[in-house]
Design a protein around this ligand. Structure first.
Ligand SMILES: [Zn+2]
Length: 113
């Protein structure tokens, strides 16, 4: 298991293992957030937010929510609106760089979708 947290520590995430690779997306929201996404099934990701700091932001097409800590501002993950969608993205930048810095990064051309 690997664990990460936002800068202030209010939001903590646990993953069963590092992802095989990281996605860097150039869509309007991802390029601003600068997230490096690892994809997981929602039931694989444990999110602890005891002080309820997580704030959601919904993009214009309302298909997913990007979440950040309302205290320190770090983007933690995105989740799909559709509960049947078996994928979510976790921002590996919240984890120790040793976990992810050598993983291959895929450029996702979300700007063209
Ligand atoms: Zn925080």
């Amino acid at each position: 298991m690997i664990e990460g947290n936002c800068h202030c520590g209010a939001v903590r995430l646990s993953l069963p293992e590092p992802p095989e690779d990281l996605a860097s997306c150039n869509c309007s929201i991802c390029r601003r957030l600068g997230g490096l996404w690892g994809y997981y099934r929602p039931d694989q990701v444990a999110i602890e937010d005891p002080d309820r700091r997580l704030v959601g932001y919904v993009q214009g097409d309302a298909s997913l929510t990007t979440w950040h800590c309302g205290q320190c501002g770090c983007t933690s993950h995105w989740s799909a609106f559709d509960p049947a969608y078996e994928r979510m993205g976790v921002n590996l930048r919240l984890f120790d760089p040793e976990v992810w810095e050598k993983l291959p990064q895929r450029l996702i051309d979300g700007a063209s979708w």
